[in-house]
Design a protein around this ligand. Structure first.
Ligand SMILES: Nc1ncnc2c1ncn2[C@@H]1O[C@H](COP(=O)(O)O)[C@@H](OP(=O)(O)O)[C@H]1O
Ligand SMILES: [Mg+2]
Ligand SMILES: [Mg+2]
Ligand SMILES: [Mg+2]
Length: 383
């Protein structure tokens, strides 16, 4: 039997990284051997780090005081939990991958190093240490400087070469402050592609939010979504019980579809999405929730469409979409910009987008594109 005729997979079971599968392809294929990386060690580390950060955030949200909220230069809110979550995830990942560590993350320690910030830094440090102690797997106590350094190791620029972790320590800080939805969003880029993603959504009900909106009748909340390239998407309760495979909805008729958008009108043009929904024939009112919890909810079929049209001049960042994007695509969905282009995470911190981001299943995407194109044309003509 010739080697070229064989098609088999050798699963590398050594504990050492990198793990990979060797696929011997049929002779018609231009390359005889292709190597598909497996990221199981990275995925396990990402799930652990995001779950740890989720517990820290839950604790802070319970006792959230106005004084915990700082305002960054761009006036967006940031809380002790955003910093604490970033420090924890950064620390936990560096423990697992001490060499070749690169992290692109939303926050930095600039404001925390200013005069008068010592009290808040002490509080963040205590939060981080309490989380590490209660987890039990790290026998360390971090100093304030260790915490600031961990936050600042998220300063990588990403790009198309090598591996980079991408972190939004709290996505949806406004939702977090309001007591609503938020997510800890962690992804890994390899060669500019998202190869795994984890979304911890502490306030997302375990059952569908499609009918009741974010305030579902179920009082069981806390979901962990995770996906690895080629491996599908799974959801498990944040308390650690077993995972189930999830799929986007199979809805083909827009009349039966419902759509998600930002809770914040400042983040996405609600008037434009209602025009698109109307053109498409969507009957249900929008479901407005904060953060990448929208991607998570979509990946398990809670709704069929996610529309995001920021106001002119806004530049989308990779940490706001990397984890959500792979969670949805591995569940069978499609994520593109308004022109139908797949999102490119290889260009540094920012996404280079045409107008907006749209997400749905394979069947509805062509119809959605048409509705988006027509609506944008109509809106431009009316200006
Ligand atoms: N003017 C704007 N337009 C679009 N997105 C914005 C925005 N200002 C902030 N955002 C982003 O919207 C994210 C929240 O998403 P959503 O609107 O889906 O809840 C924020 O993430 P953070 O909360 O991590 O800062 C922030 O990055
Ligand atoms: Mg922010
Ligand atoms: Mg964000
Ligand atoms: Mg954030």
């Amino acid at each position: 039997m010739s080697l070229n005729c064989l098609r088999f997979v050798v699963s590398h079971s050594l504990k050492k990284s990198p793990h990979f599968h060797l696929s011997y392809l049929p002779s018609s294929s231009s390359s005889a051997v292709s190597v598909t990386m497996s990221y199981s060690k990275e995925l396990a580390a990402a799930k652990k780090a995001a779950s740890l950060a989720a517990r820290l955030c839950q604790k802070v949200q319970k006792v959230l005081l106005q004084s915990d909220v700082q305002s960054k230069n761009d006036k967006s809110p940031v809380t002790v939990a955003d910093y604490g979550s970033q420090a924890l995830v950064s620390f936990a990942l560096q423990q697992e991958f001490p060499t070749d560590f690169s992290l692109v993350a939303e926050e930095d320690s600039k404001d925390l190093r200013k005069d008068g910030a010592q009290e808040i830094v002490d509080r963040i440090t205590k939060l981080v240490n309490d989380s590490l102690t209660s987890d039990g797997s790290y026998n360390v106590t971090l100093s304030t400087e260790d915490v600031l350094k961990a936050i600042d190791s998220g300063r990588s620029e990403g790009g198309s070469q090598g591996r980079h972790w991408v972190l939004d320590p709290i996505d949806g800080t406004k939702g977090f402050v309001r007591g609503d939805q938020y997510a800890i969003a962690l992804a890994l880029l390899d060669g500019g592609k998202v190869v795994l993603g984890v979304l911890a959504c502490p306030n997302l009900p375990l059952t569908s939010i499609s009918a009741a909106g974010q305030h579902s009748t179920s009082n069981e909340v806390g979901c962990l979504f995770f996906a690895e390239v080629g491996g599908g998407t799974y959801m498990q309760p944040l308390d650690g019980s077993s995972a189930v495979k999830v799929q986007v909805t199979a809805v083909e008729n827009p009349e039966d579809a419902s759509f998600f958008e930002s809770y914040e009108a400042a983040h996405s043009m609600h008037d434009l999405s209602s025009l698109i929904a109307q053109k498409l024939g969507v009957k249900a009112p929008p479901v407005r929730i904060d953060s990448q919890a929208k991607y998570g909810a979509l990946s398990r079929g809670d709704g069929a469409i996610y529309l995001r049209f920021p106001h002119k001049g806004y530049r989308e960042k990779i940490w706001d979409h990397a984890a959500g994007c792979i969670v949805v695509t591995e569940a069978g969905g499609v994520v593109t910009d308004a022109a139908g282009k797949l999102l490119d995470f290889s260009m540094g911190k920012y996404l280079d987008l045409d107008t907006g981001i749209i997400v749905t299943n394979q069947k509805l995407m062509p119809l959605l594109h048409n509705a988006v194109r027509e609506s944008l044309k109509e809106k431009a003509a009316s200006l």
